[in-house]
Design a protein around this ligand. Structure first.
Ligand SMILES: *Cc1c(COP(=O)(O)O)cnc(C)c1O
Length: 451
């Protein structure tokens, strides 16, 4: 890894293809917001100037990825692209049995349908929502055991994604026979993309191996997690990023992975395991729902893109820039007096809307008020993660997720300027009420009205 004596961390790429972004008038934005029922998920992308809704599947592919796409082998069975994909993922993870799937939740569903079920339990630092849904759909119980300070936006610990080891010990002592899998989500998305330390991964792995319970990782952001271990954990500063990643996988018995995150692909996922008996079950379920094991719900060209993306995601220059972009936006908002969750995580910045809009009660969705104002002010699309998305949620957050390699520093400066304008009229922002709502996952389709 090269040292970098400059204060400016540059985008470690230049731009070869460009895509125009829509720039609307305030009146047009207001009309679009009205038509969308004040629900940003219902905005057409054509009406969004800077889209920070998610980092999932929204990254920019590299020239190498686009080139790899052209040499994709679309043979039904035994495709050359699968061989390349399998080689890459085996090298990354050290696991023998590798299955492509169409996205991360397909891997979760296969695991849930084959090795979970009623009476079983999965422990996780925090289940991502699709993971939880798949575990529960099988009849099993999904238990979250994050460290206590994970939920405190002001706590600046380096590894707020860690699992609570005392809670793990207690669960293993009390109901060892019930627990089917212990899982670590890297990084811990649901608590703000906060990383998990190698010490914690080692400790969880050791405990699981001692009692013979499979230890798995949700590796959606394995590369960002490896970067934080390199940057923040003593003893790892001189270890190469692929070696850090490999150590994380070596401690586990299997993994699920959404390639739409650190695979820097537009679609794709992976299921991997060392266990030949589980692999056999997965293969049968895969054929039922996804496709033949050498393509698993993807095209050959997708396998090529994922293989290249997984390697590029571990480039230290890329990860330095990636972590810096998120921290840069976080610092900017902090400096202009907007309350944010600290420290910045790996893929997004979170505004603490409860502190930002203390006059808006939780049942009037302060996060939604901030998200709508960011759109109205400058066409910036974010997402509320609070009592609108999760009724009863303790935290009222607005997430600004940064797609990989898509926006430049000027875009980020623009977002901060838009946020400053929202701050200037924060005291006048009003909450929202729900006009119409489906029975579940209401944040995707509910309609709201300002109070
Ligand atoms: C996105 C994500 C998933 C699910 O992956 P999809 O590709 O969206 O199905 C699972 N776990 C984590 C941590 C994620 O971020």
């Amino acid at each position: 890894m090269n040292d970098w004596p400059f204060r400016t961390i540059i985008e470690p790429f230049r731009i070869k293809a460009v895509e125009a972004i829509p720039i609307l008038s305030r009146a047009e934005r207001l009309a679009a917001l009205e038509r969308a029922g004040h629900n940003l998920f219902k905005l057409p992308a054509e009406a969004v100037t800077v889209d920070l809704l998610t980092d999932s599947g929204t990254g920019a592919m590299s020239a190498r990825q686009w080139a790899a796409l052209m040499i994709g082998d679309e043979s039904y069975a035994g495709s050359r692209s699968f061989v390349r994909f399998e080689e890459t993922v085996r090298r990354l993870s050290g696991m023998a049995h590798i299955f492509p799937v169409h996205q991360g939740r397909a891997a979760e569903r296969i695991v849930a349908r084959t090795v979970l079920g009623p009476g079983r339990e999965v422990l996780n630092n925090t289940h991502f929502d699709t993971t939880r849904a798949n575990v529960e759909q099988s009849g099993a119980v999904a238990t979250d055991i994050p460290v206590a300070h994970a939920g405190d936006p002001a706590n600046r610990s380096a590894f707020k994604g860690d699992m609570d080891l005392a809670a793990l010990d207690k669960a293993l002592a009390e109901r060892r026979d019930k627990i089917a899998i212990v899982m670590l989500t890297l990084t811990n998305n649901a608590v703000g993309g906060q990383p998990v330390s190698m010490a914690n991964i080692e400790a969880v792995s050791r405990r699981c191996r001692a009692v013979g319970i499979p230890f798995w990782i949700d590796a959606a952001r394995f590369a960002e997690n490896a970067w934080f271990i390199h940057a923040r954990e003593p003893g790892w500063e001189n270890v190469a990023l692929p070696d850090i990643a490999r150590r994380m996988f070596d401690l586990a018995d299997g993994f699920t992975l959404s390639a739409k995150k650190d695979g820097i692909a537009h679609i794709g996922g992976i299921l991997g395991t060392r266990d030949p008996a589980w692999a056999e079950k997965f293969k049968n379920e895969l054929i039922l729902g996804e496709g033949f094991p050498t393509y698993g719900g993807l095209a050959g060209r997708d396998l090529e893109c994922v293989a290249v993306g997984l390697e590029e995601a571990l480039d230290p220059e890329y990860l330095r820039y990636r972590a810096r972009s998120v921290a840069y936006l976080c610092d900017k908002l902090d400096n202009i007096g907007i309350p944010v969750v600290q420290p910045p995580g790996g893929h997004a910045v979170f505004i603490d809307a409860a502190r930002f809009l203390p006059h808006v009660p939780v049942d009037a969705f302060p996060g939604q008020a901030v998200a709508c104002a960011l759109y109205e002010e400058g066409g910036v699309r974010s997402v509320e993660i609070g009592s609108f998305m999760f009724p009863g949620s303790k935290l009222q957050l607005v997430r600004l997720a940064l797609p990989r390699r898509v926006y430049t520093q000027a875009h980020v400066d623009y977002v901060a300027e838009v946020a400053a304008r929202v701050r200037d009229r924060a005291a006048s922002l009003r909450g929202y009420r729900i006009v119409e709502s489906p029975p579940f996952l209401r944040h995707f389709s509910a309609t709201l009205a300002p109070l």
